[in-house]
Write a protein of this length. Sequence first.
Length: 424
Amino acid sequence: MQIDKTNISEQNQQLLKKHQQRFDFINNETDDVEAVLQKLIEFQVAIPSWALGTGGTRFARFSGGGEPRNLEEKIEDIGLLHKLNQSSGAISLHIPWDIPRNTANIKALAAQHGLVFDAMNSNTFQDQSGQELSYKFGSMQHTDKAVRQQAIEHNIEVIRHGEALGSKSLTVWLSDGSCFPGQLNFRKAFQNTLDSLKQVYAALPQDWKMFVEYKAFEPNFYSTTVGDWGQSFLYASKLGEKAYTLVDLGHHLPNANIEQIVSLLLMEGKLGGFHFNDSKYGDDDLTVGSVKPYQLFLIFNELVEGMDARAMNHAGDLGWMIDASHNVKDPLEDLLQSVEAIMISYAQALIVDRKELSDAQQRNDVVAAQEVLQKAYRTDVRAIVAEARLRSGGVLNPLQVFRNLKVREHLIKERGTKTVATGL
Ligand SMILES: [Mn+2]
């Protein structure tokens, strides 16, 4: 399935007049829209290779039709998303699910679709077929040195694949932990994990980053060895300047103040990357912005404030990724919604009146501070986001065009109704 320039301009033509009215209105209402547009155009969110097919729960998996059957088709799917929104110009690979059969061909295919390779993801949370030792009782924390060594070697192999593809970072998420009190010596588990991470860190190329992702619970239900941002920060600090904490929105205990976590990690120069999703109860992996859009805005508000305080480049200095799983929606439609939600929250954070907010905070004017934030949050910035897409060659309404062009129907025709993408 190819979407060409003619498709795009035809689709945009139908919506252009209405869009222009909406954009003119918001442009008059808002200061410095041109600067916001420029930032939106530069901002790219990586799509994870595992989110292109239907996910499953521990009960069932209801596969959809036309799912990508291999890495080439995953790249093509992200290419389609990027063609529509011009904001999904990167792919985050998972090893061993996405080991390229021919690296040069894969690089060329990605380049053809305007995609770069974002963070590489290792996997020691499940056993692979033919694997010698089991991760049933953990990987990097394991009591047996041989298991730890196997996990270390796997991560180093992931780095090598990433180097060949032009990636610049490794995300390590460990499911290690314990399910029952007494199962684990916490201190030994931490030390083993730190020693293992140190060996992986030593194999990082000079210009690479390592992201240490944390998660409060699941699959382990009593303790997790990288359980929260404090523990991740501890590992990242002990490892060195190339190691950072990665925040996954779904990996917190209920009601955690994620925006405060983000603010402090940024202050310490230790926030490395972000996994976007949304949730109601735990690690639900739902569409970004579908349940708690105000929280997403508050997080972006801290991101923008914190990055500006350190003179960071919004688009390039942190790793922006989606980490979601789709059980009932078309994965591609879900991803279009997620990217849109991210761009909307980012745009709203960009129009916050920083001076007014800072002044209100200084004089303890709580009411004024809330007004400043909510004024931005309640501004309908969708026409700004659409204008950014239009200027970068995308479509005004990606979801509508996805349906108008019958993208899913074409993919089913090409790939069949019973395809299963590699992943969970
Ligand atoms: Mn994640």
